[in-house]
Design a protein around this ligand. Structure first.
Ligand SMILES: C[S@@+](CC[C@H](N)C(=O)[O-])C[C@H]1O[C@@H](n2cnc3c(N)ncnc32)[C@H](O)[C@@H]1O
Length: 247
């Protein structure tokens, strides 16, 4: 397996000038004002911060933003207050391109379950049925995801994607690279393929950012075969398939 390519961090025209990549689409309202203590902590995190410090700082800054307006489902899925259904579809429907059969779909970082709800509809337009599953490391979000998917309450749980020990395997697993420190990308992807994906399953890897990394290149450089790729404004994604039998 190779190393991941370096990421160019563009300067930000906001009050928190070094605000890191993951929050580009997540805290528009915050970025217009002053940094909160949680944002300052995340912003000043050194690149070589211990993994658990990274997770704690990330969880705190996301919790603050996602729970700021529980009446806004897009906000609770990490989008700015200006995002509505059209922009949501413009920037998320690309994920449905990876769906090519029925199956159980695990959304890692499911937030309030809105992406899964949308993917169920978009997959149905293609003639496929997917069953929703999700994990998220912000406990307060899980009840919202469960309420959005009645009958599937047991398919949602609190877990940190990096340490997660799946109880079962899935036909689809979707994740974002930025959930873990960059140094952990190779191990993160390998763990998901080994532990969470059923044989023949599909790992869908996304990167959300104003200047997203080319996820297909990341996967290729790590030695994986890219089965497909797509993009949307501020979104890059690619997918790789787990062999259905041992080679
Ligand atoms: C941008 S939202 C994604 C919402 C939806 N899945 C989508 O793709 O639009 C990111 C979610 O991932 C969660 N998250 C970030 N890092 C995580 C980690 N290490 N483990 C579990 N969840 C994580 C956040 O709490 C947040 O709810």
């Amino acid at each position: 397996m190779g190393t991941v390519p370096s990421v160019v961090v563009a300067p930000r025209a906001v009050d928190c000038p070094h605000f890191p990549l993951i929050l580009d689409l997540m805290t528009t309202a915050h970025l217009k004002g002053k940094c909160t203590p949680a944002q300052h902590r995340w912003e000043s995190l050194p690149p070589d911060a211990p993994r658990d410090e990274y997770f704690a700082a990330l969880r705190d800054v996301l919790r603050e933003s996602y729970l700021a307006d529980p009446d806004n489902p897009y906000r609770m899925s990490g989008r700015g207050p200006e995002v509505g259904p059209e922009r949501w579809e413009e920037t998320r429907r690309c994920i449905a391109e990876a769906i090519n059969r029925d199956g159980d779909f695990m959304d890692i970082g499911c937030a309030n379950g809105l992406l899964l709800e949308s993917l169920i509809q978009w997959a149905a337009h293609k003639g496929y049925a997917i069953r929703p599953h999700g994990i998220d490391f912000i406990p307060e979000l899980i009840p919202y995801a469960q309420a959005r998917h009645p009958g599937h309450e047991d398919s949602f749980e609190v877990a940190n994607a990096f340490y997660w020990q799946p109880r079962r395997q899935y036909h689809y697993v979707r994740t974002n690279l930025e959930y873990v420190p960059k140094a952990d990308w190779p191990e993160f992807i390998r763990r998901l393929l080994d532990l969470a994906l059923a044989p023949g399953g599909r790992l869908i890897v996304c990167h959300y950012d104003e200047h997203p990394v080319d996820v297909a290149t990341v996967l290729t450089d790590l030695g994986y075969t890219v089965a497909g790729q797509s993009s949307a404004p501020h979104v890059s994604l690619a997918w790789t398939d787990k062999p259905s039998t041992l080679r």
